[in-house]
Design a protein around this ligand. Sequence first.
Ligand code: C5P
Length: 222
Amino acid sequence: KTNFVIAIDGFSSCGKSTVAKALAKELNFVFIDSGAMYRAVTLYFLRKNIDFSNLKEVDSALSKIQIDFVPNGSNTEIHLNGTDVSAEIRQMYVSEQVSEVAAIKAVRVAMVAQQQLLGARRNIVMDGRDIGTTVFPDADLKLFMTADPEIRAQRRFIELQAKGEHTTMEEVRANLSHRDLIDSTREESPLRQADDALVIDNSNLSQEEQLNLVIAKYQAIK
Ligand code: C5P
């Protein structure tokens, strides 16, 4: 193995992707947002009215889904069957169903295989829920991020408001605790802290402090 894999897991809205993006930029690694893939699958299922409990329907839908990460300037778009869905997958109606979809075994099997391919032979930073435990159990550096639930809800609320999404703190709070509960109690690769992960509680850390901490760790082990 010649590539370097950084796995970042943790609860919803802990700033995983913010750290992952900054880290990838700093180290010149490829950033992969695995949650965006589960969101794109969910969007497809909702558009096609797929019955999540019908495994045949789920399998057949999965075979019709193509997900691509497409660089555009300093950003990366996520494409579902050739169309940019980056904005749509962040909407609340997708967030409200994504954990149910991500708990389906066939969905996880398909996504994990694709994530492993994306991370083969490249230096990557991938964030998600099961990256250090299931997707890349041999990752070179594993981080587990956490933060006070109220601080997380506030951050997410501000983010959604900035995007013009009509929502309330109540709704955001409920969505985060709902997803955390399903994500950590599902049967198939639940959200777990890997034994060898560096735990970062960023409730009171700035983005710069978090980045410095991770870079220091990277320098020490690379
Ligand atoms: O990271 P993000 O919050 O966008 O992920 C959305 C949802 O996708 C999570 O709440 C979880 O249900 C699912 N997910 C997952 N495994 C991953 C990444 C995300 O189950 N590796």
